[in-house]
Design a protein around this ligand. Structure first.
Ligand code: ATP
Length: 356
């Protein structure tokens, strides 16, 4: 196993810059997620790492070895695709054994590795079946098994769970996390699904339009989004955004939006934004029914069992709050919401300006 180092990677297709000067590191044994909306360049980064595309500029290192100009075969990487890419005429065993056969590994070694990987993935009794005789989840396991048998330096996964139904996706996610722990392998995993990223990743690299917006642990990204894009991309239901202005009075800073006034504290760093237009972001779980500054009317109540989502009209805006399961107010009733200070984020020109 080895870590990965990417430096100043650039790639254009037909004059369109798709990857715009990207640099990042993945530690040996780390599970790193490349996350971002459709078309942001995730797959292109993965294909550049694998050597399936060539960068216009920049360097790629696997461990201490620069692989920027090597062929895919020379890079010692295994890639698992969304489409599984299994050979339809070969059974599960032969599909998994394939990478070792073409490397002319001894028959006994191949057999041992295939059976070990099959055991790890719980498909030991399906090895005689052809892909068309397997379910989506089983096919995906065979594709992962085919990657494991090679013991590569690096695993690359390109949206491997997106063809599965929601329930299976959930259980495969748990299996993949377990597999990562067992193998201790360096894995880079592409997804546009923020829930998958938050639950699987040790590190998330969030991309938009070919640029890194933020790198960090799932918690860092959720709790301290560096900009509005990150704040809105991560979190479900999404973060509430209210547009307003910073006002300084008596040495304290306030955020005003229509009737709403929030004490932003005595934080000096925010005073420089006095008079400026800012956006306040507050996550639904930081807003709950109670004595607080946010006053409005209930628009809709969604009882989800363990919790209740309450949609509240506040002046021109609509916010989502989280309430306990026994919340009883009905549409049209007045409501006030308490806000936890830690859940408040301020943004000016799209960039986060508070530090707590
Ligand atoms: P998705 O989640 O939809 O797969 P992505 O983030 O993986 O998206 P990429 O597949 O990396 O995005 O594509 C990034 C951009 O580069 C897109 O606008 C895409 O149309 C463009 N692109 C990718 N490959 C090529 C190519 N071979 N030729 C021209 N344009 C390409």
């Amino acid at each position: 196993m080895a870590g990965l180092k990417i430096r100043n990677l650039k790639k254009s297709f037909g004059g369109n810059a798709v990857i715009n000067n990207i640099s990042f590191d993945v530690r040996e044994g780390e599970f790193c997620i490349l996350l971002g909306p459709s078309g942001c360049g995730k797959t292109t980064v993965l294909r550049l790492i694998a050597g399936l595309e060539h960068q216009d500029e920049g360097e790629i290192f696997i461990g201490d070895r620069e692989v920027s100009t090597l062929t895919p075969g020379e890079r010692d990487i295994a890639m698992v695709f969304q489409s599984y890419a299994l050979y339809p005429h070969l059974n599960a065993y032969e599909n998994m054994a394939f990478p070792l056969r073409i490397r002319k590994r001894p028959r006994e070694e191949t057999d041992r590795k295939v059976r070990e990987a099959a055991g790890l993935l719980g498909i030991g009794d399906l090895l005689h079946r052809k892909p068309k005789e397997l379910s989506g989840g089983q096919r995906q396991r065979v594709a992962i098994g085919r990657a494991i048998v090679r013991s590569p330096e690096l695993f690359l996964f390109d949206e491997p769970l997106s063809n599965l139904d929601a329930k299976l996706r959930g259980s495969m996610r748990v299996e993949l996390a377990g597999l990562h722990q067992k193998l201790g392998a360096t894995m880079i995993y592409v997804t546009h699904d923020q829930v998958e990223a938050m639950t699987l990743g040790e590190k998330i690299i969030l991309l938009d339009r070919g640029e890194i917006q933020q790198t960090g642990t799932p918690r860092q990204i959720y709790e301290k989004p560096l900009n509005l894009f990150v704040a809105t991309f991560i979190g479900s239901p999404p973060i509430n955004l209210l547009r307003g202005r910073m006002v300084v009075e008596g040495g304290r800073t306030f955020f005003r939006s229509g009737e709403l006034q929030i004490d932003a504290g005595a934080v000096k760093q925010l005073q420089q934004y006095a008079g400026r237009e800012v956006t306040m972001g507050v996550r639904p779980e930081s807003l709950s029914p109670g004595d607080g500054p946010v006053k409005g009317r209930v628009e809709l109540v969604e009882h989800l069992g363990a919790e209740t989502l309450v949609y509240v009209r506040v002046g021109e805006a609509r916010v989502t709050a989280k309430a306990p399961p026994d919340f009883e107010k009905k549409t049209g009733e007045k409501i006030s919401l308490a806000m936890s200070e830690r859940g408040i984020h301020f943004f000016c020109n799209g960039v986060r300006i508070n530090r707590y």
